[in-house]
Design a protein around this ligand. Structure first.
Ligand code: SF4
Ligand code: SF4
Ligand code: SF4
Length: 276
């Protein structure tokens, strides 16, 4: 597979290992220094809905392609093998078409999904990405339940939960695959402080709403919307930081099975079920 710069994933990963200790598990020299927080930006006022970002994500992450999902007029939802979707948003009051929205994990600064995971398979890297360790995940879907945006989805083939990784296996040396694949510059990536400044200036110029500066306690995926999120039917995450401890208490006390028993059952289920 070749990326946008004509190098294969294998070549890229090789050079990544040499050029840098990598960001991959956050235990690198970079992570030990003053953490540098990165962010991805989607400007829906520039997006033309071509879905090349979706294709680029599938290629880089070797995800299964569904037959019709990349047709530009097809509305699609996130799945275990579709980590970003692009759909046309409409004003819920009058049905007027507004803009295309590139939608994926918001990479929350205090991720509720990580707090809810009973086996600690999810963690926030100092550089920004929230990543699920697929070797630890037992497919219990507590992360899905706790996520304000319902992002992590179950992969019926792998029996685990999967989502956008912010391309932690290539940033910051190369931009995320979706960002690199956008032909009109509707996606961008950089240090969060720079991306935030750029996004605010854009909103001052063209109007609209900046999603992610405060929602869910602030996120490392920012989106410039043409209007307020509630006007297009988007879930509005609370601006206060979600309490990871509260999530754990809620989850371990819910249901009639103890969390330990439940985790054991989910593990057995995740390993024995038939895939798609
Ligand atoms: S959007 Fe959901 S899955 Fe993504 S980091 Fe936030 S809580 Fe986790
Ligand atoms: S950042 Fe990477 S994993 Fe996330 S949607 Fe873009 S290409 Fe896919
Ligand atoms: S590649 Fe760019 S313009 Fe095309 S759908 Fe994705 S964000 Fe929009």
């Amino acid at each position: 597979m070749r990326n946008h710069k004509g190098i294969t994933r294998r070549q890229f990963l090789g050079s990544l290992a040499v050029a840098s200790a990598g960001l991959s598990l956050g235990d690198t020299a970079l992570a030990e220094e003053e953490p540098k927080r990165y962010a991805k930006l989607h400007d829906s006022t520039k997006c033309i809905g071509c879905k090349r970002c979706m294709s680029a994500c599938k290629r880089w992450n070797k995800l299964k392609v569904d037959r019709f999902e990349e047709l530009t007029d097809r509305e699609t939802d996130l799945t275990g093998h579709t980590w970003v979707v692009v759909n046309l948003t409409r004003d819920i009051k009058n049905g007027e078409d507004l803009s295309y929205l590139h939608w994926a994990c918001q990479h929350c600064q205090k991720p509720a999904c990580a707090g809810a995971c009973p086996v600690k398979a999810i963690r926030k890297m100092p550089e920004g990405p929230v990543v699920i360790d697929e070797k630890k995940c037992i497919g219990c879907r507590y992360c899905y339940q706790s996520c304000p945006y319902k992002v992590p989805r179950f992969d019926f083939g792998k029996r685990i939960t999967r989502k956008c990784t912010m391309c932690y296996d290539r940033i910051p040396i190369v931009k995320p695959a979706c960002v690199a694949g956008c032909p009109v510059g509707a996606l961008d990536f950089g240090l969060r402080k720079d991306v935030l400044l750029q996004a605010k200036k854009r909103v001052e110029t063209v109007g609209g709403y900046l999603l992610g500066e405060y929602e869910a306690g602030g996120t490392d995926f920012l989106t410039i919307l043409k209007t307020k999120p509630e006007d297009i039917g988007l879930v509005v995450a609370p601006k206060k930081v979600v309490s990871e401890d509260l999530d754990k208490i809620r989850i371990t006390s819910s249901g009639f099975l103890g969390a330990g028993v439940l985790v054991g059952l989910m593990y057995i289920y995740s390993r024995t079920g038939e895939g798609e």
